[in-house]
Ligand binder design. Structure first.
Ligand code: GAR
Length: 193
């Protein structure tokens, strides 16, 4: 059994889809939700979907091994970021080489980096007058949004699209692809062990 932990800071709509996708799967299970935000709606979803959740502080993550210990305690094999807004620190990246992936709501390397998350990304895409945007799923290294890209998908941006409409289109792409990409990364990396 491969055990996934999902890190999320906000609504958690991707986290919910991922949990649902793996429900009943005999090989892969979402075992834990982690958040740095005690107000995050993802905590309500975790409760409803009966997945254990842990809240940690920014300092716990950045300056201690507390989060790593939580992952080890729950025997986590693979980490998925879904709307997680903090930098993943080196101790986690080193403990999970090629076992942490993130989804970014734009076509990296464009519109990535520190401070580029959620609606800010879609606003930047609109301000730049882009005719298309999309999603990027990538491995996590020690810098924001710079790990190797695993998968991208695109959608058109019409001139009249508001950032909210762009966000909707991007979310649809995320729901459509993220669970399957997680599954195939896990299956391939297990074969490569
Ligand atoms: C998603 O669109 C995700 O790609 C983005 O935050 C949103 C979270 O939505 N992540 C980033 O911007 C990371 N830089 P959700 O909480 O409803 O899944």
């Amino acid at each position: 059994m491969t055990k996934i932990a999902i890190f999320a800071s906000g609504s958690g709509s991707n986290a919910e889809r991922i949990i649902e996708y793996f429900k009943g799967n005999a090989q892969i299970e979402v075992s834990l939700i982690l958040t740095n935000n005690p107000e995050a709606y993802v905590l309500e979803r975790a409760k409803r979907l009966q997945v254990p959740a842990v809240i940690f502080g920014r300092e716990d993550l950045m300056s201690t091994d507390k989060v790593l210990s939580i992952l080890k305690e729950h025997e986590i094999d693979f980490v998925v970021l879904a709307g997680f807004l903090l930098l993943v620190p080196g101790n986690l990246v080193d403990a999970y080489p090629d076992r942490i992936i993130n989804i970014h709501p734009a076509l990296l390397p464009k519109f990535g980096g520190k401070g580029m998350y959620g609606d800010r990304v879609h606003q930047a895409v609109k301000s730049a007058g882009e005719a298309e945007t999309g999603i990027s799923i990538h491995y996590v290294n020690k810098k924001y949004d710079e790990g190797e890209i695993i998968f991208q998908a695109k959608c058109p941006v019409a001139e009249e699209d508001t950032p909210e409409i762009v966000a909707d289109k991007v979310h649809q792409l995320e729901y459509q692809h993220y669970p399957q990409v997680i599954e195939s990364v896990i299956n391939n990396s297990i074969k490569n062990l």
